[in-house]
Ligand binder design. Structure first.
Ligand code: AGP
Length: 611
């Protein structure tokens, strides 16, 4: 996710405040950065690809003096990481930094070309700068110019603008995109896309809402709505210490990332559903009918949590596309002498893009002729670079070692991939595609609702956190979720936990059941509901403690369970993603009750770059 900072004052060097603020946003991930500063006569812009150290070196060699400026770190989504695509972007009198996506990019680009505007970058942000400059050119003040220009945009944006026409103002606009937070100082005003960026300078902050604009001056800020009417907004005093600020006020990065999932899912869907059509654009990856016909088998390779996402990918491909799909643990695949040919689409799944086993499996399959399309969360990672195509999740950097938002965004990416292949191979009816698109659009809201179960799940954790063992059971797409729930629990609480296909109970695990064994059973209303309930009753008959994850409205299951967590339904596949939330929260709360290191569990690394 991109980072935005701004400063207007007298007491400090804008470049120092901007770079310091961008450093405090580094945890959001980025691949380029830049600043624009009014130096009294012009807008001086410095931009650099890669780490902020490169920008700092540039500023050391060629500093920009001045006390009004904006800064940005970019996480490339459209247009590769490059100096030319880095923000700030300039057009005429205006410099701008932006987070979000302009969906009507092409129409705006055509209009600016027709107006003779020279466009230098691949970004939608530069187009917005030109729109604002066109308004400034007519003599409008910067706030009015920004309101007029953004009125032409379709999409999400959080943006900050400075201009030679109004050098004593920073204008910001918010409509989706990242948060925009204004910090009030004495004779100086700060801007950040997250609290940590400006917390060292002030604790008095106010938060812009969607549809609002603000003009930042040295002596304060003026907020207006889309109609230009003044908005009164009370400031909040932020009491966080800087470290907890990076956790967004949460106790752990893992907790923050669990609650970030609606945003991460929304960003991963992005503009990939082509509104008004029954098709998808997966970042330009060629999955046309011609290409899709060349694929007769899909092979998923991954490790750990990503391998459970791959298991769901198998269901999606077989049921939505109608071609064979298989899942291999990457550490096994790489030594298996796999049978591969050009008709195979090899899909490595990896949030880090650096997992040694997954990389080795990728190389094994590619050398044997497979087409490689990776699902990855980290741009420019080794797996991304060695793939023919990459379908990126947009979870933003995941700091907690236990994967949460990367897993659920992998499930979204797999759904998009399966739908695209199904559309291209005409294995889906228009009604199926339309229904899936509606489910995806509803998903972020449904996840927000499911996260409201947090308190209830903490109470369940308090009842069972002392258990020495746990069993997780599920059938169909819920079997991988049972596996993921068990992994989450064991890796952060150190409690032994096993995930099992519910149908496997009678083939051994049932011997483990007694009054000391909590069993999490994912028993949502599905085609196998009755089967799962009979497994649940087998556990109950042996005094096992049942924690049922059930559908809202299922009253019958109450009498068969010791605890019931009710989740909303969202179709055959996305309900698996919804069911992930309770198992993540259960693991989190049990671990915090046990006092283990939730973000950095013992023996674990965030990315296993060795065999
Ligand atoms: C998941 O919580 C674990 N951290 C681990 O299983 C992880 O999923 C696995 O190491 C794969 O990592 P990757 O997605 O970066 O390839």
């Amino acid at each position: 996710m991109c980072g935005i900072v701004g400063y207007i004052g007298e007491r400090r060097s804008a470049q120092e405040v901007l770079v310091d603020g961008l450093r405090r946003l580094e945890y959001r991930g980025y691949d380029s950065g830049g600043v624009a500063v009014w130096n009294g006569s012009e807008l001086a812009i410095r931009r650099a690809v890669g780490k902020l150290a490169n920008l700092e070196r540039l500023l050391y060699d060629d500093p920009v003096a001045g006390s009004v400026g904006i800064g940005h770190t970019r996480w490339a989504t459209h247009g590769k990481p490059s100096e030319g695509n880095a923000h700030p972007h300039r057009a005429g009198r205006v410099a701008i930094v932006h987070n979000g996506i302009v969906e009507n990019y092409h129409e705006i680009r055509d209009a600016l070309d027709a107006a003779g505007r020279e466009i230098l970058s691949e970004t939608d942000t530069e187009l917005v700068a030109h729109l604002i400059d066109q308004e400034v050119e007519t003599g409008l003040d910067l706030m009015t110019a920004v309101r007029n220009a953004t009125g032409k945009l379709i999409g999400s944006y959080a943006l900050a603008v400075i201009s030679t026409s109004d050098p004593d103002t920073i204008v910001v606009a918010k409509n989706g995109g990242s948060p925009l937070i204004v910090g009030l100082g004495q004779g100086e005003t700060f801007l950040g896309s997250d609290i940590p960026a400006i917390l060292p300078y002030t604790r008095e902050m106010l938060f812009l809402l969607d549809g609002e604009y603000a003009a930042l001056h040295r002596d304060g800020v003026q907020i207006v709505d889309e109609q230009g009417h003044l908005v009164e907004r009370e400031t909040k005093r932020i009491s966080w210490d800087p470290v907890s600020a990076e956790k967004g006020g949460f106790d752990h990065f893992m907790q923050k990332e669990i609650f970030e999932q609606p945003r991460a899912i929304r960003d991963t869907i992005g503009t990939r559903i082509l509104e008004g059509s029954l098709d998808l654009d997966l970042d330009g990856i060629d999955l046309s009918p011609e290409r899709a016909k060349t694929i007769d088998r899909v092979i998923f390779v991954a490790c750990g949590t990503a391998s459970y996402a791959a298991m769901i990918g198998k269901y999606l491909i077989e049921q939505l596309v109608g071609i064979p799909a298989e899942v291999d643990l990457a550490s096994e695949y790489r030594y298996r002498q796999p049978v591969v040919d050009q008709g195979c689409l090899l899909v490595p799944i990896s949030q880090s893009g650096e997992t040694a086993d997954t990389l080795a499996a990728l190389r094994e399959g590619r050398e044997r002729g497979a087409q490689v399309l990776s699902i990855c969360n980290t741009r420019e990672s080794t797996i991304a670079r060695e793939s023919h195509d990459v379908l990126y999740t947009q979870a933003g950097p995941e700091i907690g070692v236990a994967s949460t938002k990367c897993f659920t965004t992998q499930l979204v990416a797999l759904q998009l991939l399966a739908l695209k292949l199904g559309i291209s191979r005409q294995s889906l009816s228009a009604e199926q595609v339309s229904r899936s698109f509606d489910e995806l659009r509803r998903l972020p809201r449904i996840i927000e609702e499911t996260l409201e179960l947090d308190g209830e799940i903490r109470e369940v954790a308090q009842r069972y956190f002392r258990a020495p063992n746990f069993l997780f059971l599920g059938r169909g797409v819920m079997y991988p979720i049972a596996m993921e729930g068990a992994l989450k629990l064991k890796e952060i609480s150190y409690i032994h936990a096993e995930g099992y296909a519910a149908g496997e109970m009678k083939h051994g695990p049932i011997a483990l059941i007694d009054e000391n064994m909590p069993v999490v059973v994912i028993a949502n209303q599905s085609s196998v509901y009755e089967k799962v309930v009979s497994n649940l009753e087998e556990v109950r008959a042996r005094d096992g403690k049942i924690i049922a994850i059930a559908s809202i409205g299922d009253e019958a299951i109450q009498t068969k369970s010791d605890a019931v967590i009710r989740i909303p339904e969202l179709g055959d596949y996305l309900t698996a993603l919804v069911a992930t939330i309770p198992v993540q929260l259960l693991a989190y709360h049990i671990a915090t009750l046990k006092g283990t290191d939730v973000d950095q569990p013992r023996n674990l690394a965030k990315s296993v770059t060795v065999e």
